[in-house]
Design a protein around this ligand. Structure first.
Ligand SMILES: Nc1ncnc2c1ncn2[C@@H]1O[C@H](COP(=O)(O)OP(=O)(O)OP(=O)(O)O)[C@@H](O)[C@H]1O
Ligand SMILES: [Mg+2]
Length: 575
């Protein structure tokens, strides 16, 4: 896990090392200062030597400033290293997500990916900044201060033999008890993000159903859980300060009492006692720092695990070596295809699909909701891989193609389609960045979108809101079709893409397709019989199996499901 994470430090290794080096110097100088001060009191002042006092005082001041400089530099480098590390991590996660197949995306929820990209990375960043400074600082300070203290008075330093273990056990017991709470907090964060995201995305639905109160309750519930966990954790952590202070003051009292006696008997100098007390503070506070960083590392560990999980997630779909890079024609063949979203055979949503589609043919696909229409067509641009059998495009198994080359030729208007924030022209150009204005307009005409675009004051420069909420459902669908057409694909798949378009416009779109792109293979999924009636052939799907294939007339004679759908819809039309 660490190796994967460390891989993202890259160019910030230098800053990390510099931070550690500067902090080492800072600590050494800091530990030196009490020693120098003891010399001023015990030698300079006691012997009345002014030159010695001035000299050592100057040395002390220099050491103090040098330590300040080293501290500031290490802080600067540590912050830079941590921020850079976090930046690299965010990039790496983002790249990994871009490579994800639909199957990978199904595995992680959107909200958890967002938490990983934000909160988790911030945790790692904070922990890293602490690690490069404090994890170097605390042990060095502990050791050096101990050496100095023993050097001054070994007997008195025995106090540490009692104080350190007490503090160590106490602090780590606190940290260990608080950690499980911190860990659960992050799970709750996921949930919090999920609630917020769902709400914001679907704010219109929430309003339409007047569910604001319910949503607020839901949010309060999750928010309170996060609060409760934090409160529980902080309650335990709150014992840190009293524990630390009692041990520290206890040690100081012992030292003052015993040290005072030593001074009276002339076994120790008063300056030495002062510096010994300063070392006590240093030693015990470095222990405190260690315990704090221990909690921080543990907390960051669960964040790190979650980040590494995404980084290590292998895309379930990659282009093969020596991949085929050109698609010969728009023919499609399903050869004994079975498919499911999980490996469990009993849960397959498509079974034994066999069908051959010629290049340039128009195929209608019809079937009840959940009959696996979308699942069937998603196999063609290889959004998912088949479990059994094979799907061939242009005579070649889709798994042998370079994925990009295949998807460039198979344009699919997804059932749950989205437009992005930006102008209409920018959105259409998703299909082909280099397309000229004329081409953009041509595909919009084909998709019957040009006429309404022309009515907007800013025409193709009209800015769409996120998700395309400022155009109607039918207008959005037509823009999505235009976007797909701009790719000049050999195969065009429309998954229920004209459901919100009126029947007249729908038939105009199909007429334009027939006349303008006759050589493109067209697969049209629809709920309305009228949308597929004039197709060359219609596939009737029922519970993941093909229940019939043929022209509308043939199916009307032979296929019961088709008859039912046809007559129920025609009756509605007659009324
Ligand atoms: N990403 C997914 N993960 C798991 N199961 C899925 C997923 N997408 C669809 N399914 C399941 O696969 C089955 C077929 O769904 P599919 O979306 O293909 O039906 P459909 O015919 O397109 O329906 P509709 O007419 O409502 O669009 C359903 O039982 C559905 O629950
Ligand atoms: Mg569907």
């Amino acid at each position: 896990m660490l190796k994967t994470l460390m891989g993202s430090i890259r160019e910030y290794k230098r800053s990390s090392v510099l931070a550690a080096i500067f902090v080492t110097f800072e600590v050494i100088l800091e530990v030196l200062i009490p020693y120098l001060m003891a010399k001023i009191i015990d030698v300079g002042m006691a012997q009345g030597s002014i030159t010695y006092t001035i000299l050592i005082s100057l040395a002390t001041i220099v050491a103090a400033f040098a330590s300040l400089y080293c501290g500031a530099s290490s802080g600067k480098y540590a912050a830079n290293a941590a921020a850079g590390f976090a930046k690299n991590l965010r990039h790496d996660i983002f790249y990994s997500i871009q490579d994800f197949s639909f199957e990978n995306i199904d595995k992680f929820s959107t909200s958890s990916l967002v938490t990983r990209l934000t909160t988790d990375i911030t945790n790692i960043q904070n922990a890293y900044q602490m690690i490069v400074r404090v994890l170097v600082r605390a042990p060095i300070m502990l050791i050096f201060a101990l050496i100095m203290a023993i050097n001054i008075n070994a007997k008195l330093s025995l106090t540490f033999a009692v104080a350190i273990p007490i503090l160590f056990v106490g602090l780590f017991a606190i940290a260990g008890n608080a950690f499980p709470y911190f860990r659960t907090v992050f799970k709750k964060y996921d949930r919090l993000n999920c609630v917020v995201q769902e709400n914001v995305n679907a704010v219109r639905v929430v309003k339409a159903y007047v569910r604001e109160d319910h949503e607020i309750d839901k949010f309060h519930g999750v928010s309170k859980e996060v609060y409760d966990k934090f409160k529980a954790a902080e309650k335990i952590v709150a014992f840190n300060a009293p524990l630390m202070q009692s041990v520290m003051y206890g040690a100081m009292i012992v030292m003052s009492l015993v040290g005072g006696k030593y001074i009276v008997y002339g076994d120790m100098l008063s300056g030495e006692l002062t510096s010994l007390i300063v070392y006590t503070v240093m030693i015990l506070s470095s222990l405190m720092m260690l315990s704090m960083i221990f909690v921080m590392i543990l907390m960051a560990r669960s964040s790190a695990e979650r980040v590494v999980e995404v980084l290590n997630e292998k895309s379930t779909m990659t282009s093969p070596e020596n991949a085929v890079t050109s698609v010969a024609d728009g023919s499609i063949e399903f050869d004994n295809v079975s498919f499911g979203y999980s490996d469990d055979e009993n849960k397959y949503v498509l079974t034994d699909i066999n069908v051959k589609i010629k290049s340039g043919e128009t195929i209608g696909i019809i079937g009840g909701t959940g009959s696996s229409k979308s699942s069937l067509v998603q196999l063609i641009p290889r959004l998912y891989d088949v479990k059994r059998g094979s799907v061939k495009v242009g005579g070649v198994d889709v798994r042998d193609y370079d994925i990009e080359a295949l998807r460039d030729q198979v344009a699919m208007v997804l059932q749950k389609n989205v437009l992005f924030s930006g102008t209409i022209a920018e959105n259409i150009r998703w299909g082909n960045e280099k397309a000229s204005d004329e081409e953009v307009q041509r595909v919009c005409k084909l998709a019957q979108a040009d006429s309404f675009v022309q009515e907007f004051p800013r025409k193709y420069e009209t800015v769409l809101d996120q998700g395309g909420t400022n155009v109607s459902g039918g207008q959005k669908q037509r823009l999505c079709i235009a976007r797909a057409l701009l790719k000049k694909p050999k195969i065009l798949i429309l998954d229920d893409s004209t459901s919100a378009v009126d029947t007249k416009t729908d038939s105009l779109i199909r007429k334009a397709f027939r006349e303008e792109i006759p050589n493109t293979t067209k697969l049209i999924i629809a709920q309305r019989v009228s949308s597929v009636e004039d197709a060359d052939r219609i596939i009737v799907l029922d519970e993941g199996r093909i229940a019939g294939i043929g022209t509308s007339e043939e199916l009307l004679k032979t296929n019961k499901i088709y008859q039912e759908v046809y007559y129920s819809q025609m009756k509605g039309a007659e009324k």
